[in-house]
Design a binder for this molecule. Structure first.
Ligand code: ATP
Ligand code: MG
Length: 502
């Protein structure tokens, strides 16, 4: 059986491949009620250890334990690595272990408590990461799925998967003049947008823009903020636990808002507070405006320099992601972009369905994606006194089909090569990285043969004159994972690393 699994910040959705259909899998909670998602939550139970999903929700409710949410967001922090820990029931646990545990529990739920339990035979699955995921997030996600026992067919960017779902469902909006679609994916923790060119079943991502820490969670916090202000409480007076409870309540209230809703009521410090929708929308509107500003590089400009779809080949802006269910989102986008704004009938499931389509060989969908983030290396120059920067992969580098390779050869002047790999949103006029720079990894290479086999940490970097010929080989595999091989070609000495691995 082939699956598409969308590991979400708040909810995880699974769709299966079933003879040209891609039904969403339902999961049964501890009361036997069916849900179209598996909650991305955990609790640390004093006796039973880590519990996930519906079991975690039941234990948190019955035994008053604290729910751990949004662990996927931890993968998007700039300093994350395989050892990054998070606090779980008072203990520090590696984030990747929590996610592996979660995916293991998801697998058990698929086999034992889901609509496909009877047929669940394996686990060939297509997985996704946010388009702007740092490489380390991409790597750790893949690693966690594998460790949890899934066979990963591929890693796709979330909005690219949603693009498949669009073509599958709304293909008729595309024609010879309008060949492009913009995916607007507002999830629980991330916003991603992609401009995709579609030709039949062939999809080419032309560009992407996104924000790794902007999503529905921020709308919940915005509603909480308005409610606290309305209650006349100074911001910050509420303790952590009451604040978390309030945010939970705000999430539920927010999800209940439809086009006719005038007001919602939430409890602040055990007293009901009524918030008028226009007051909430005033604050929430700024969040929507931030998504539009983020996505604007994908959209054409009108004569006044405002983002506009007129005179573009864009057939539609497709709203996916659970948080785009808030009526304000489509309304605000329509005010700006008119009738080409479409909402997915299954905003929360679009990515999972698209992943199942990607997992289905007989569907024949193909994808040419982009790296989305630049990748480069700082090296020492001038006797170790200065550093130089070299861009290796541009953010528009094509991924998703074959392995892509870049080779650099040179004769070094120093005894040690000190490589500091980084990812970034863009480069400035001087060719230096700017915007959301994430240090990725460091590597020391002994150019001086006398240093080989030694611990290079802390040794001074000095100029020793021309050495042997060094080759740096950089590979990006179809999953977007970067490998580095540095070789002294003259003497056959090599160090290799998969970036993300320790
Ligand atoms: N009807 C609704 N109206 C408004 N918001 C909603 C609605 N239903 C769900 N949401 C919000 O959607 C968000 C979850 O969306 P989704 O399931 O797409 O995100 P995710 O995949 O968990 O997160 P991400 O993609 O960022 O990792 C939550 O913030 C949730 O409150
Ligand atoms: Mg999502």
């Amino acid at each position: 059986m082939r699956l598409g699994i969308d590991l979400g910040t708040t909810r995880t959705l699974v769709a299966r491949v079933d003879r040209g259909n891609y039904p969403v899998v339902s999961f049964f909670d501890t009361d036997g009620d069916a849900h179209d998602h598996f909650p991305s939550v955990a609790v640390a139970h004093p006796e039973r250890g880590l519990l996930f999903g519906f079991e975690a929700i039941a234990a948190a409710r019955d035994e008053d334990l604290r729910l751990i949410r949004s662990f996927k967001r931890r993968l998007a922090y700039p300093d994350v690595n395989a050892e990054t820990t998070m606090s779980v029931g008072g203990k520090l646990v590696p984030v990747v272990d929590v996610i592996t545990g979660f995916l293991g529990a998801l697998r058990t739920a698929l086999a034992e408590r889901s609509s496909i339990s009877d047929e669940f035979d394996g686990d060939e699955t297509m997985v996704a990461v946010p388009a702007h995921a740092p490489g380390i997030q991409r790597f750790l996600t893949l690693e966690a799925f594998r460790r949890a026992g899934f066979t990963v067919l591929g890693v796709v960017n979330e909005p690219s998967a949603a693009g498949f779902e669009y073509t599958h469902r709304q293909g008729r909006t595309l024609n010879s003049r309008r060949t492009r679609v913009i995916i607007y994916d507002l999830g629980g923790g991330t916003f991603d947008s992609s401009l995709i060119k579609v030709d039949g079943t062939a999809h080419e991502v032309l560009d992407t823009a996104g924000h790794n820490r902007l999503g529905g969670d921020d709308f919940d916090a915005a509603l909480a903020q308005v409610a606290v202000a309305q209650a006349g409480l100074p911001w910050g007076e509420l303790g952590r636990r009451p604040y978390e409870d309030l945010v939970d309540e705000c999430r539920t209230a927010k999800e209940s808002i439809n086009a006719q809703t005038r007001r919602v009521t939430v409890d602040v410090n055990d007293a009901p507070v009524t918030v008028r929708i226009p007051d909430f929308y005033e604050v929430a509107g700024e969040l929507v405006d931030r998504t539009v500003a983020t996505m604007s590089p994908l959209i054409g400009l009108d004569a006044q320099g405002n983002p506009s779809l007129n005179d573009t080949e864009v057939a539609g802006i497709y709203l996916v992601g659970g948080a785009s269910g808030l009526p304000l989102v489509a309304r605000r986008l329509r005010e700006q972009f008119g009738r080409r704004v479409h909402r997915s009938p299954y905003p929360a499931a679009s990515t999972a369905i698209g992943l199942a389509i990607a997992a289905d060989e007989s569907a024949g969908f193909s994808l040419q994606d982009r790296l989305s983030r630049g990748f480069g290396v700082f090296r020492e120059a001038d006797d170790g006194q200065g550093i130089s920067f070299d861009q290796i992969f541009d953010r528009t580098t094509v991924t998703g089909t074959d392995t892509f390779e870049v080779i650099r050869r040179y004769q070094p002047q120093h005894n040690i090569g000190w490589f500091r790999f980084v990812e970034y949103a863009s480069v400035d006029e001087q060719g230096l990285p700017t915007g959301d720079i994430v240090p990725f990894a460091e590597m020391l290479f002994p150019y001086d043969p006398a240093l080989r086999g030694q611990d290079l940490e802390g040794l001074p970097i000095t100029r020793i004159g021309e050495g042997g010929i060094i080759e740096e080989r950089y590979l990006i595999d179809p999953h977007g994972i970067v490998e580095v091989h540095v070789t002294d070609l003259s003497r056959g000495y090599q160090i290799s690393r998969v970036l993300g691995e320790n």
